[in-house]
Design a protein around this ligand. Structure first.
Ligand SMILES: [Zn+2]
Length: 333
């Protein structure tokens, strides 16, 4: 990890407003989990006239912290990277409070899962697995069920006031130019936002500062995700500000390493199937993710599914029974 200490997350104080650059402040929500790392980082960009990026989960302490941080400021816009429940839900409150419009690519695209697609993934659950089991699940819910499905962590109630498209200036003001950089993959509506005056990019969950991103089909798409990583790697951002994890000041190198990691996973899956015959998704996960804690094997299975969908689509892998891609299918080269 590089960069000044204030950019790291060694010293997280929930609700505190941290000045992380001349034009950027960050408030971290108290929703730490195995998916959110130390919690959701909400960014306030600009001084006086500001935009807020990903207001975060509906947690009273976070809402109060944002209200205090924004006192005396004019919120010009609310930018949403995507609609997982630790990113967008508080936008409704902030928009009502400030009258500021919301900006995003669009609402979360609801894609029907093919029947039985994820049957069998529960065998990767670890005993006494805590409630949060899906990407970005906020840990705020007292009413959380023992197994929260992926779909339940999506904020389907969010729809932006303004739909942004790639390269478009979403908002412009004195010293404050925010441009949309669409990055489908983690979700189909994922969007990063660049703060032109500081040559920095707010990466949402597309690039995280601490871990690889879960790409969960059918909305999550590995091919799009890798393409979107290449898109960010080719940019010339001085800093990346992820929602979860510390700032990165080595953008092209770091993001290219994420691309390489995904390509290596693809190759590992093909090599495994070639070397030892057909395997199911849980079997692939257990072999390839030995270095990863078992509690992360279930989300890892989602990313493996993402790789397999791409491989089957490319004709490099097939299901032994000729059926659709699903967790319990036997995959072969
Ligand atoms: Zn997410």
């Amino acid at each position: 990890m590089s960069g000044p200490e204030f950019r790291t997350l060694d010293d997280v104080v929930y609700g505190r407003v941290d000045d992380v650059s001349p034009g950027v402040r960050r408030v971290i929500a108290k929703n730490p989990s195995k998916f959110t790392y130390t919690g959701t980082g909400t960014y306030i960009v600009g001084r006086g006239d500001v935009v807020v990026i990903d207001p975060g989960p509906v947690i009273d302490s976070h809402r109060d912290a944002l209200a205090a941080a924004l006192a005396g400021e004019t919120v010009r816009g609310i930018l949403i990277t995507h609609c997982h429940s630790d990113h967008s839900p508080l936008a409704a409150w902030l928009a009502a409070e400030t009258g500021a419009p919301t900006f995003a690519v669009g609402p979360h695209l609801v894609v029907d899962e093919p029947e039985g697609m994820f049957d069998g993934e529960e065998e990767l659950s670890v005993p006494d697995e805590p409630a949060e089991s899906s990407d970005d699940a906020a840990s705020s819910g007292d009413d959380a069920e023992p197994e929260v499905k992926m779909e339940e962590s999506v904020d389907t109630g969010f729809a932006p006031d303004v739909a942004v498209s790639d390269g478009e200036v979403a908002l412009e003001g004195p010293g404050l130019t925010m441009r949309a950089v669409t990055t489908p993959g983690h979700t189909s509506n994922h969007c990063c936002f660049s703060f032109e005056e500081e040559r920095t990019l707010f990466t949402g969950d597309h690039v995280m500062g601490w871990s690889t991103t879960v790409v969960s089909p059918p909305d999550g798409d590995m091919r799009s995700y890798i393409d979107s990583l290449r898109k960010v790697a080719a940019r010339d951002d001085a800093l990346l500000w992820p929602t979860h994890g510390p700032c990165r000041d080595d953008a092209p190198t770091y993001v290219q390493a994420l691309v390489d990691h995904r390509l290596a996973r693809t190759a590992q899956i093909v090599d495994l199937l070639r070397a030892s015959g057909p395997h199911t998704v849980p079997e692939i996960v257990r072999v390839l993710y030995t270095a990863v804690h078992p509690k992360l094997h279930r989300p890892a299975a989602r990313s493996v599914m993402g790789h397999l969908i791409e491989l089957v689509d490319d004709g490099r892998v097939h299901t032994v029974d000729g059926g659709p891609v699903r967790v319990a299918a036997q995959f072969a080269v």
